[in-house]
Design a protein around this ligand. Structure first.
Ligand SMILES: C[S@@+](CC[C@H](N)C(=O)[O-])C[C@H]1O[C@@H](n2cnc3c(N)ncnc32)[C@H](O)[C@@H]1O
Length: 187
């Protein structure tokens, strides 16, 4: 999806500030655990959120096939969903973190990621665009029904512990996307 859009997107751009979702998840982790969490930031983009997690003491792996990330404390590989199985074979993560990632990939890729999480991850935290959102037309987004997404996670052995759908989660200027936030833990 968007093969001609993402490959050049990050070139020459400054890294963005950590997202509000990353701040929220970081706080959520802090409220439940004092041990070091191992996080996989999938589709990490410029590494904005991976940088926050690393700066606050998490053990962070980040992957994205379309960017080059060099951040202290972040182990980065330039791979996508297609390389996930091999990359993750011998790895375990407390959290699969996916911001604005699931709506950027295909249905089939989403299935592959959730399959991976079932075997390798304790929690999933995701923020994505939902039906009703009206993104610009610069590239394609797959709007995801949050309830179907939750059902899918449930069928893959995850319990939904947080599901919120709203505006205001990631407002930038006039742009206020309609988003879901989901946190799920392995049963
Ligand atoms: C909307 S951006 C989100 C980036 C970052 N998570 C953030 O919140 O700023 C979507 C990201 O998904 C990545 N992506 C697209 N297809 C992918 C795939 N098949 N596997 C892994 N990442 C992919 C893109 O390169 C892009 O960085």
């Amino acid at each position: 999806m968007n093969e001609n859009y993402w490959p050049n997107y990050y070139e020459g751009r400054e890294r963005q500030q950590p997202s509000p979702f990353a701040e929220r998840i970081n706080k959520w982790i802090g409220e439940r655990s004092f041990v070091e969490w191992k996080i996989l930031d999938i589709g990490c983009g410029d590494g904005r959120d991976a940088a926050l997690f690393a700066a606050t003491g998490k053990n962070v792996c980040a992957i994205d096939p379309n960017s080059d990330v060099e951040i202290d404390g972040v182990y980065f590989e330039k791979i996508g969903v297609a390389g996930l199985k091999k990359f993750g074979e011998a790895r375990r993560f407390d959290l699969l973190y996916a911001r604005w990632f699931f709506h950027a990939i295909t249905d089939v890729e989403q299935e592959q990621v959730i399959d991976f999480a079932q075997d390798h991850c304790g929690y999933i935290a995701a923020e994505f665009r939902v039906p009703g959102d009206e993104p610009d037309d610069t590239h394609e987004r797959r709007l995801i029904d949050p309830w179907k997404f939750a059902k899918k996670l449930d069928a893959h052995g995850f319990r939904i512990i947080h599901l919120d759908v709203d505006y205001g989660f990631s407002k930038r200027g006039d742009d206020d996307p309609y988003l879901a936030r989901v946190i799920a833990e392995r049963k």
